[in-house]
Every structure is written in C-alpha cells, then in structure tokens.
Design a protein around this ligand. Structure first.
Ligand code: CS2
Ligand code: MN
Length: 360
C-alpha cells in the first residue's frame, strides 16, 4: 500500500507541497493539471514540470486524478475519436513520466453532486452533505449555490462547461444506460493497448451519489456495475478506484463485501478511504464526517482489513475532510482533517498488518 494525498497544484490549492511532505507516511501526491480542458492533450512539458515540483519535495507523482473524459466520449458523438486520440497521447505522456494510475469517472455532465458544501456540525466544523430534499430540481440552482459558497473552481463543476448546461443535457438526450455502457467500453477498448504499453492503469471512480440524478443515466453505482466493467474489458489495466464514501452512499451496497471481492480479484488500483454518517432525514441522506469509525456509519477498521487481507497493493488516499481549526479552502480538501485521516488510516494499516504477521 502507498499512502497518497490529493493536491490540485500551486495555482489551485492552498495546501502547499511542503505541508503535504510533512504529513508522516505520505509517499506521494495525487496530482492533476486543472487548467487543461477535458478532451485536450496534457503536454509533456507540463507533466514533467509537475513531476519535478512534486519530486523536489521528496514526493512521488504516480497517481493522477483526474484525466477527465470529455462529454463527446461519454455521449459518443462524432468528435469522440479525436478526443480518444488525445487521451491516448496523454496516457503516453503520463506513463513516460512514471505515472502508474489514472483515476477518471464516466458520469454524464456532472461529477459529484452534494446539497451542501458547508454543512455545519455541532463541533463547529463544516463538511459536505447530501440531503435529497435540498437538491434543487434544476441543476443551475445547485451550481449557483456552489458558486456562492466556493472560492475555488470545483472539479466537475467548471463554470465555462456548465454555462452550456442545456446543450450538454441535449447531447445526452438519446444516451440511456445501455448506450453509456457501450460508450465506456468503446473508450476503454480504444485506449487499453496504449495503457498496456505505457504501464498506466485506468481506475474508474464510482458514481457519486450512486444512482441517477437529474434524470441522467449512471452506470458505475453497484457491485454488479463494477463486475460488468471488469468482465467487459478484462485487461488488468482496466481497474477501479474504490471510493468507500461513494459506494456506501447507497446503504444497500455492501461496501465490505465489494472491497473483499474486487481486492481479491486484483481490480482495485486506488482506494479513497473515508467515512460517511447517514442522516435520519432520508434514506439517502448523509454527511461526510471525520474518518474515525466512531464518528460515522462505516467501520474503517473493516475497510482497511478488507483491503489488507485481500492482497490490495495499490494507492490509498484519505478522502474529503471537514474544515476544522479555522481552515478555509476548497470544500473537502483542506489540510488538517485529511492529514488526520492519513494518520488514522496508516495506524489501522499498521495494526492489521502486524496482527496478520503475529497470527501467521
Ligand atoms: C472526487 C471525485 O472530490 C471528489 O469527490 O472523489 O471528484 C473524483 O475525483 C472524480 O469523480 C474522478 O474523476
Ligand atoms: Mn472518491
């Protein structure tokens, strides 16, 4: 296991690489080039510049989150082959720079959806939350709410792309779940030979939340969806980002069984480890609590044990943190609570691995 920490780059993150390097037990950052629009090539010089910046702090750049897949590919429009060519070139460049895993998602139009970016907890900290009755029927209203709350551009909610929201919804007009599945397989089959040559594993992020929102199709929400994808494109370069929070946002997903199954099948390349706390206000309502098991609805010890005992040897990162100790910044991506998450997960990992050794 390698512990990593998501970092948005100097221009887009308040957290500095020096701070990341001071968190004990972090081997590298999960990086990205925020300014390159989905569909365009990530130029080699930019990738190398990021890599040397990261390495100058003694950290590795082996995971990217995300190289976003553009809507032409997801919707399967006439422009998709050009975009796929660009994606392949990006993979070659990333592979040449030593990147091993690329996290991406295949959700139409939106990446994640939450109702609140600053849900206040009794201890005064704030966090992201999803309360179904507070999700407006019109996504424009949600976008306005996000823009009012956030100082940073939110990945997946880029204002210039969302300015064309109506157009985007039209683009997906004929795309049902089957068509979306077909487009995902088309994309992966086209890039797999490049991934194999470049030594880069694609790790799909599950839908967040794991069901349809705003009437758009979603196909990466359940155990059967993940199983379908592994079978449809069997190459080991086609893998999963196991995002515990996203999977567990749907309480009928058996998170622990899913981890055990896909870790033992060798299909989890990257794990986002976090807790969620279900709210009594609705069957799908929750907020993102501190990582500690006792703070929420998930058992982090079981999560870590399920990864460890089933041979997981990929990358982990803590997931969204709360804003604590007066910190401000990108919702979910402050320094302090995520650093506590790293330390906690590392502690659990040490315990389960030493227990395992003691037992054997
Ligand atoms: C992330 C996702 O911040 C988050 O919620 O887990 O945005 C994730 O980076 C993307 O879905 C991956 O493409
Ligand atoms: Mn995630």
């Amino acid at each position: 296991m390698k512990m990593t920490f998501r970092w948005y780059g100097e221009a887009d993150d308040k957290v500095t690489l020096e701070q990341v390097a001071q968190i004990p037990g972090v081997s590298g950052v999960v990086g990205c080039l925020m300014d390159i629009p989905a569909g365009e090539v990530w130029p080699m010089d930019r990738v190398l510049a990021l890599k040397s910046q990261v390495e100058a702090r003694g950290l590795e750049l082996e995971v990217i989150e995300s190289v976003n897949v553009c809507d032409a590919i997801k919707a399967g429009t006439a422009d998709r082959d050009r975009c796929i060519e660009n994606y392949r070139q990006t993979i070659r460049n990333l592979g040449a720079a030593g990147v091993k895993v690329v996290c991406y998602n295949f959700m139409p139009v939106f990446d994640w959806v939450k109702s609140d970016l600053d849900y206040r907890l009794p201890d005064g900290s704030t966090t992201l939350a999803f309360r179904e009755r507070d999700v407006p029927g019109n996504p424009q209203d949600l976008l306005r709410r996000y823009q009012a709350d956030a100082t940073y551009e939110l990945p997946g909610w880029e204002p210039d792309r969302l300015a064309r929201l109506e157009e985007l919804f039209e683009l997906y007009g004929d795309v049902d779940e089957d068509a979306l599945r077909g487009n995902l397989v088309y994309f992966l089959e086209a890039i797999m030979p490049t991934c194999e040559e470049a030594g880069v594993t694609m790790a799909i992020h599950p839908d967040d939340p794991p069901y349809s929102v705003f009437g758009l199709p979603r196909i990466m929400s359940t155990r059967d969806d993940l199983d379908w994808l592994c079978r449809a494109v069997p190459s080991p370069r086609n893998a999963i980002t196991l995002c515990c929070g996203s999977v567990a946002e749907r309480p009928d997903n058996d998170l622990y069984a899913i981890i055990e199954e896909f870790a033992s099948r060798g299909r989890i390349a990257f794990a986002h480890v976090r807790n969620v706390c279900y709210l009594p206000s609705g069957p799908r309502d929750f907020y993102e609590c501190a990582h500690l098991s006792s703070e929420g609805s998930l058992d982090l010890w079981r999560i870590v044990r399920a990864l460890h005992d089933n041979g997981f040897d990929g990358y982990i990162r803590p997931d969204h943190g709360r804003m604590i100790w007066g910190e401000t910044g990108r919702p979910g991506y402050g320094l302090f609570d995520r650093a506590l998450g790293v330390t906690y997960i590392n502690g659990l990992w040490e315990a389960v691995s030493k227990d395992g050794e003691a037992r054997s």
